[in-house]
Design a protein around this ligand. Structure first.
Ligand code: FAD
Ligand code: NAP
Length: 347
C-alpha cells in the first residue's frame, strides 16, 4: 500500500525552515516501495502531463523557494552493516535514509577509520555522494567504495563504482549529467582497520599540541567540538551550512587578486588553479552579521546565511543575490550557490 500524502507540510523537512508545502509526499523505507512509488509517479505523469519529483534526505542542502508542485520522496531507508573485510579494510554499507552522523558514530564504535573528519555533517547518507561532502581535509570520495541507485525512468537498481560518480570539489555526476536520473538507495564505504590521522587542516591540527598523539577518536571529538562552537545548529537557527562554494580561479587571476588584497587566504588545488575562501570575500565585502529582510549573514562564519524568522526561500535568495552581486563588483569573483533550489516561484 502506497501512503501518498497530499498537501504535505515541508517546513519540518528543510533545515532553513522555509514554510512551503508539497503537492504530494511519501516516505520511502525500501527499494521495493521506491519502485512502486516511481511506477505511480510515471502513471501520474501520463495523466497530468507532468509531475516533478523531489528527493529529500535531511533537507540541509536545499532552498525551497515556493510550494513544490509534484511528488516529494522522503528518504527513510535505514540499516548499517559490515559487508566485507580483508586484512586492512572493512566495507560498511548504509541505507540512504540513515543520518550521516549516525554512520560516523557507528564507524567510531567499531573502529573503522578514515571517516572521523566528516563528523557532525547534517543530512542523510544518500545525499552525501551528491555533492561529495567534505570537511577538515577529507571528502567522501576518499572513503567511498560504491553506491546503489534506482533509475527514475526504468525503476531498475544499479551499482555505481567510484569512477562512475565523477566526484569533484562539492560535486558529482549526480549534479550534472545524471541530475534527476537516479535515486541513491545505499552507500558503501571502504574504511581502514589501521588508525590513520588526517590533520592536514590547520584549524584541526591546532587542537593538538606537539606532545599529543592524535587518534581517530580524538579527531572525531575535536571536529565535533569545533563544529558545535562555530556553526549554528539548524534546529535552533535555521540554515543550510555554507551557502556558497569556495570559488576556484585560475592561478593568474589569483595573482591579480593577491596584488590588490595581500591578506587574502587561498589554497592551491593544482598547478593551474587556486581555491579562494568565499567566507573571507563576503566578510571583506562587509556582509558579516548583516541582516536583510529578516535573513542574516552569520556572525561567526560569513559563509552561512541564517533564517531565524523562518521566512520564505525568496527572502533567503534575495540576500544571497545581493551578496553575489557585491562580491562580483568588489573582487570580480562570481560566487556559486552550494544548495540546490526547488519549488515554484511565488510573487
Ligand atoms: P538534502 O538537502 O535533503 O538534499 C540535497 C540534494 O541531494 C538535493 O538535490 C536532493 O534532491 C538530493 N538527494 C538527497 N537524497 C538523495 C538520494 N537518496 N538520492 C538522490 N538524490 C538525493 N556539507 C558538506 O559537504 N560539508 C560540511 O561540512 C557541511 N556542513 C554543514 C553544516 C550545517 C550546519 C548544515 C546545515 C549543512 C552542512 N553541509 C555540509 C551541507 C549538507 O549537510 C550536506 O550537503 C548533506 O549531504 C545534505 O544532506 P541532506 O540529506 O540534508 O540532503
Ligand atoms: P574555515 O576553517 O574557517 O576555513 C575557511 C575555508 O578555507 C574553508 O571553506 C576551507 O575550504 C578553506 N581551507 C581552510 N584550510 C584549508 C586547507 N588547509 N586546505 C584547503 N582549504 C582550506 O572553515 P569552516 O567554515 O570552519 O569549516 C570547516 C570545514 O567544514 C571546512 O572543510 C568546510 O568546508 C566544512 N563545512 C562545510 C559546510 C557546508 O555546508 N558545505 C558548512 C560548514 C563547514 P573547504 O571548504 O574546501 O574545506
Amino acid at each position: 500500500m502506497l501512503n501518498i500524502i497530499p498537501n504535505f507540510d515541508l517546513q519540518p523537512s528543510n533545515t532553513l525552515a522555509v514554510p512551503v508545502r508539497g503537492r504530494y509526499a511519501a516516505e520511502v523505507h525500501s527499494v521495493e516501495q521506491l519502485q512502486d512509488l516511481l511506477q505511480w509517479h510515471r502513471k501520474e505523469c501520463v495523466n497530468t502531463n507532468s509531475l516533478p519529483l523531489l528527493v529529500l534526505g535531511g533537507g540541509s542542502n536545499v532552498v525551497l523557494q515556493g510550494d513544490f508542485p509534484g511528488l516529494v520522496l522522503l528518504m527513510k531507508m535505514s540499516g548499517i552493516e559490515q559487508v566485507a573485510e580483508d586484512d586492512s579494510h572493512v566495507w560498511i554499507k548504509a541505507g540512504a535514509g540513515e543520518v550521516w552522523h549516525r554512520l560516523v558514530e557507528y564507524c567510531m564504535q567499531f573502529h573503522c577509520w578514515g571517516i572521523e573528519n566528516l563528523a557532525l555533517i547534517p543530512g542523510s547518507v544518500g545525499a552525501a555522494p551528491i555533492q561529495n561532502i567534505g570537511a577538515y581535509g577529507v571528502e567522501l570520495k576518499d572513503i567511498f567504495a560504491e553506491l546503489t541507485a534506482v533509475d527514475i525512468r526504468s525503476g531498475v537498481e544499479v551499482v555505481f563504482q567510484k569512477n562512475a560518480c565523477e566526484f569533484g570539489y562539492r560535486d558529482s555526476v549526480f549534479k550534472h549529467r545524471l541530475r534527476n536520473r537516479y535515486i541513491i538507495t545505499s552507500v558503501t564505504l571502504k574504511l581502514s582497520k589501521e588508525p590513520t590521522c588526517n590533520l592536514s587542516y590547520p584549524a584541526l591540527a591546532a587542537c593538538f599540541s606537539a606532545d599529543q598523539s592524535p587518534t581517530p577518536l580524538s579527531i572525531f571529538s575535536s571536529v565535533c567540538d569545533i563544529r558545535r562552537s562555530k556553526l549554528p545548529d539548524p534546529a535552533q537557527i535555521p540554515n543550510v551550512g555554507s551557502f556558497f562554494k569556495n570559488p576556484v580561479v585560475a592561478a593568474a587571476t589569483y595573482q591579480q587578486l593577491l596584488a590588490l588584497n595581500p591578506s587574502m587566504p587561498a589554497f592551491q588545488t593544482d598547478q593551474a588553479q587556486v581555491k579562494l575562501a568565499a567566507g573571507w570575500l563576503i566578510e571583506q565585502a562587509g556582509w558579516k552579521g548583516v541582516e536583510l529582510g529578516g535573513v542574516v549573514v552569520h556572525m561567526a562564519q560569513a559563509l552561512v546565511l541564517t533564517n531565524p524568522q523562518r521566512l520564505s526561500g525568496a527572502a533567503v535568495l534575495a540576500l544571497a543575490a545581493k551578496i553575489v552581486a557585491d562580491v562580483q563588483t568588489k573582487f570580480g569573483v562570481m560566487l556559486e550557490m552550494e544548495p540546490c533550489v526547488y519549488g515554484e516561484v511565488t510573487h
